[in-house]
Design a protein around this ligand. Structure first.
Ligand SMILES: NC(=O)c1ccc[n+]([C@@H]2O[C@H](COP(=O)([O-])OP(=O)(O)OC[C@H]3O[C@@H](n4cnc5c(N)ncnc54)[C@H](OP(=O)(O)O)[C@@H]3O)[C@@H](O)[C@H]2O)c1
Length: 311
């Protein structure tokens, strides 16, 4: 199998490279942004035509935190639509046999039932702060569905929950909650700070999946003869942000106090994927949250000492 992984230098892409490098008979086709700008239609079409991969996984996207999404919605919509349309149509033109498109849980309505099933898609308004990103991802997954229906190609999508692991982003403003907690507790421990103040009440519940588990789920989905058009990928269980914070503090060895600034907003009370579709197909996550945090903190220390930390 000649496999193109779009976005192979990102957190998800790197996990896919780790997963498929270990697989016999797979030739990886990798291009970084300097070699191939996925937002450039001609470059993408020419690349597919020349290289003729058998399979593609689209793990490239312009991603960012709430602030970036909210401030630059036009860019988030345009870049992500361009990546999706070029990667999917280019694959179709070059007769790529199979394509897996990665979206995100933010495609589901703000008030979707919890846990969120796949069929809650397009049943209500989206979370306004990441609407542009979500619309581009919905367009991408619908393209796969429609191409499969109209052209008979095996293009399908997976929607991962919050991910974490090696190669995560530890930027102070742009990082997700789990890497942000690792950095905060690590720095508090290093500087002897006896108190870490976190935003909100700590009561909202969230789900986290170790990124190598997602890569394994992608390999599983690519092995199915008749995969669903759309499938959620998650751990299937959530934790409160307070429990998460205590877990991270314990793993980092931070001995001080954790307190909550309840004047700051909490966000949605609960966000959990319904993973029954994937479970029924025979896949389950293997890495527990505790083990995943341990592995991620280990990577954080290694990335920091080798100067590769994204911050
Ligand atoms: N992280 C999560 O918690 C999470 C959760 C659910 C779903 N996902 C999905 O997983 C996918 C990957 O996310 P991630 O966390 O791995 O993000 P990431 O670490 O930021 O990786 C994204 C990759 O896409 C590349 N890219 C972006 N625009 C490009 C362009 N125009 N041309 C070429 N390459 C481009 C980036 O290259 P540069 O490094 O050069 O910018 C980067 O390597 C996304 O579709 C995202 O929606 C992620």
């Amino acid at each position: 199998m000649k496999l193109f992984i779009a976005g192979h230098k990102g957190m998800v892409g790197s996990a896919l490279v780790r997963r498929f490098r270990a697989e016999k008979g797979v030739e990886l086709l990798l291009r970084d942004r300097n070699q191939l700008d996925l937002a450039n239609q001609k470059q993408v079409f020419d690349f597919y035509e020349k290289e003729k991969p058998d399979t593609a996984i689209i793990a490239a996207a312009k991603v960012g935190g709430i602030l970036a999404n909210n401030t630059y919605p036009a860019e988030f919509l345009l870049q992500n639509l361009a990546i999706a349309t070029h990667c999917i149509e280019g694959a179709h033109r070059a007769c790529v046999k199979r394509l897996l498109f990665l979206g995100s849980s933010c495609i589901y309505p703000k008030l979707a039932p919890q846990p969120m099933p796949e069929d809650s898609l397009l049943t209500g308004p989206l979370e306004p702060t990441n609407e542009a990103y979500a619309i581009a991802k919905i367009a991408g997954l619908k393209m796969c569905e429609y191409y499969r229906k109209q052209y008979g190609v095996l293009f399908h999508s997976a929607m991962p929950t919050n991910l974490y692991g090696p190669g995560d982003n530890y930027h102070l403003q742009n990082s997700h909650v789990l890497p942000a907690l690792i950095r905060k507790f690590h720095e508090a421990k290093a500087s002897g700070n006896s108190k870490v103040v976190l935003w909100g009440t700590g009561t909202p519940k969230r789900e986290f999946l170790y990124v190598d588990d997602l890569a394994d789920a992608c390999a599983f989905l690519l092995g199915l003869d008749n995969p669903p058009d759309l499938v959620n990928v998650g751990l299937g269980e959530d934790v409160s942000i307070n429990e998460l914070a205590l877990g991270v503090a314990g793993m980092v060895g931070y001995p001080g106090e954790v307190s909550w600034d309840t004047t700051k907003p909490d966000g949605t009370p609960r966000k959990l994927m319904d993973v029954s579709r994937l479970t029924a197909l025979g896949w389950k996550a293997k890495v527990s949250l505790q083990e995943g945090i341990r592995l991620t903190y280990q990577s954080y220390l290694e990335e920091m000492s080798s100067g590769k930390l994204r911050q």
